[in-house]
Ligand binder design. Sequence first.
Ligand SMILES: [Zn+2]
Length: 401
Amino acid sequence: MSLRLIKTAAYFDGVSIHRNGPYLIEIHRGYIAAILNGEDIRLRLNVEENDVLETSFLMPGLVDAHVHVFLDGAELNFKARSDYQKSDFENMMATAQSNISKTVKAGITLFRDAGDKFGVNHATRNELLNDNDIPLTIRSPGFGIKKPKRYGGFIARDLVDIRHADTTVGEIARDSNDLKIILTGIIDFKAGEVKGDPQFTLEELSALVDISHAKGMQTFAHCSGLAGLELAVKARVDSIEHGFFMNKEILEKMAEHQIAWVPTFSPVYFQWKHPEYAGWDESTVGNLRKIIDSHYQHVKIAQALGVLLVAGSDAGSYGVDHGRALIDELLHFLAAGLSLEETLTSATSRPRMLWSLPSANIEVGNQIDVVGYKSCPLKKAKNFYLPSFTVKADTFTAHNI
Ligand SMILES: [Zn+2]
């Protein structure tokens, strides 16, 4: 399919919103050749009759910075979830395929997996590399690393001795761009705090970051709670994932050292919204609400301080379904008080820039990598849930029609 022209009433280019359309985007061999406005559109369309794809809003393909492609976030049965971990690789690949199709339907054209110990993420990434019909790219870390007997056994492998770090990180670097570090435990919602001390000491974490950088990898750390956050900042990890129980001092240091933050509202929000599944009592629901409200406040402070906020859903986590969970995340950013431009930047241009990938901004010369909407999300943000098409290089995919 070789789409040549898209006419849109408005578009977000990756930084700013252009509202005074229509605009005509001309595509040549998978790249944006021209962006026309006003009288130029009439002249262009008179010169040559073409099929024109018409839409109300266009923007760069969405990026989800935190996904577990091997997990089905829509599976709410606890036993089914734990049995799944013992199922065979083929079954996991089938789950990943179903997650991929949901992801594409949400207008996501790139995501970063956040770890699985089975390697479904690498296998799925490699399959997509050879598939020109699915407009999606995966950035995959393979398995993450954790301390023995600590949280994260399903997404990471044990680093038994820090003296083996060079070998283990070297093994990961052969096939990955990022090292996923499980730095802390998970949140104990009942107690309203993070379980246990950080898994690594400052010396160990700094060594992991230095070794990763020397091998050309970035680091992203599962990290919540002040003790872990302080370590993550001191060791200069590249991205803090989750970051619950954040404070302003940590954010100031993150801004100073250009450490990204992927706040992943969705898994905690689901626990608050549906306490019946886990059977949370009133006091736990109160804790959940406090954690979420504090997260909203700190995301807003982060934005004001210039912290590199990046949208990531933690899709695959309990109650966090692939694809639409990223849109939930965008709505959380808006609810925190970020502007629409800031919110969309966190899910388009910023992650691509941080990961040193080619820009997908809607500018002449860039490869076409866009998502279009029939019902304009500028009028109603919920319209982000229903994109009507994706165009990535030579692939055109229609959705939700
Ligand atoms: Zn995760």
